[in-house]
Design a protein around this ligand. Structure first.
Ligand SMILES: [Zn+2]
Length: 116
């Protein structure tokens, strides 16, 4: 699901995306200075590999994700330490965001119940 950033206003724009056993649910809301807040939760279970015995197991996820999207290059001259992701095509691809979040979680070290 791609959302044009220009369509995001002060009224939160809800989204709810499913990918396999994961859900990505939250909203987008215009903040200020071309910045758009993304506030969402990732829920579900993900098949990961145990870093010790190599067995596959299901990891339950319940992650909060919160960052800002910037329509174009982000100018941080205000020196506010914000978590900003720049968009150069004036839109956000929510599936892509969810997939990169999943990849990030998968790349972490995980231990199965037996190895804990
Ligand atoms: Zn293990």
């Amino acid at each position: 699901m791609k959302i044009k950033l220009i369509k995001v206003g002060k009224t939160p724009l809800d989204f709810d995306i499913k990918s396999n056993e994961m859900t990505f649910k939250g909203y987008l809301e215009y903040h200020a200075n071309r910045l758009i807040l993304l506030d969402a939760k990732v829920n579900g279970s993900l098949g990961v590999q145990c870093s010790q015995c190599g067995d596959e197991f299901k990891l339950s996820l319940n992650e909060d994700i919160k960052f800002y999207l910037c329509d174009g290059a982000y100018d941080d001259s205000d020196n506010i330490a914000l978590d900003v992701v720049e968009s150069f095509d004036s839109q956000v691809d929510l599936e892509e965001l969810l997939n990169s979040e999943i990849e990030l979680i998968k790349s972490d070290y995980h231990s199965c119940q037996d190895c804990k």
